[in-house]
Design a protein around this ligand. Structure first.
Ligand SMILES: [Zn+2]
Length: 215
């Protein structure tokens, strides 16, 4: 699954787990957490394999213990954003060491990236996320002049770098390398562009707040 699907479904799952607090999620954090397990793509030099322990439930539950102690139930939607990355996204489109360290087997349906199934799942997640954002007010908040929106620059940079330098899963190839390879390419690229524009506008709106405050 591309960062597009991970971010979209990460937001949707976080809202589901937030319940009534759904409208008060800190969206830049949700989006970053939903792609965070893929930092293992850059840790190969340290002997960390992609889709290994960074894609395990146990690892992230342990990582979240300090946050649980401090913020209690409020962290549940954020943990959901991380866990859905590999227990839903990479599990359906790929296979991961879900139960590390208890089992070193890879679990998943191993659907191929850029398959019609993958693209459909990502687009459904994207449309669902936009719909939920519209109805719970997050869309309006994220497009208004608010200081916190400047942090949308982080998911923006993550998404753009995923498009230019790697396509999230093995083999590590950029999204642009799929050009002319698949007829579904246009759909997934168009969705990426829409999300990039949205994140950029949100970031700019955050920056505007800083300008008005300081000058
Ligand atoms: Zn992953």
């Amino acid at each position: 699954m591309f960062f597009l699907g991970h971010m979209a479904w990460g937001y949707v799952w976080a809202v589901v787990f937030a319940g009534r607090r759904g409208g008060k999620l800190f969206v830049p954090a949700v989006l970053m957490l939903s792609v965070l397990p893929d930092v293992d793509l850059f840790l190969g030099g340290f002997g960390v394999g992609h889709h290994t322990f960074f894609h395990s439930i146990f690892f992230w539950v342990v990582m979240f213990v300090p946050a649980f102690v401090i913020f209690r139930g409020k962290v549940v939607p954020y943990l959901a954003a991380v866990v859905q990355h590999f227990a839903f996204g990479d599990f359906v489109v790929g296979a991961v060491m879900l139960f590390w360290p208890f089992s070193l087997s890879y679990f998943g349906f191993s659907a191929a990236m850029m398959s019609v199934f993958d693209v459909a799942l990502e687009i459904v997640g994207f449309l669902l996320a936009v719909g939920v954002m519209f109805f719970n007010g997050d869309l309006r908040r994220l497009l208004s002049v608010e200081k916190r929106n400047v942090l949308m620059v982080f998911p923006l940079l993550a998404l753009v770098s995923s498009m230019l330098f790697f396509a999230v899963d093995v083999p590590v190839i950029p999204l642009v390398a799929h050009l002319l390879v698949s007829p579904v390419f246009a759909v997934i690229v168009l969705a990426h562009i829409v999300l990039v524009v949205f994140l950029a506008i949100s970031t700019m709106q955050g920056l505007r707040k800083f300008r008005f405050r300081n000058f």
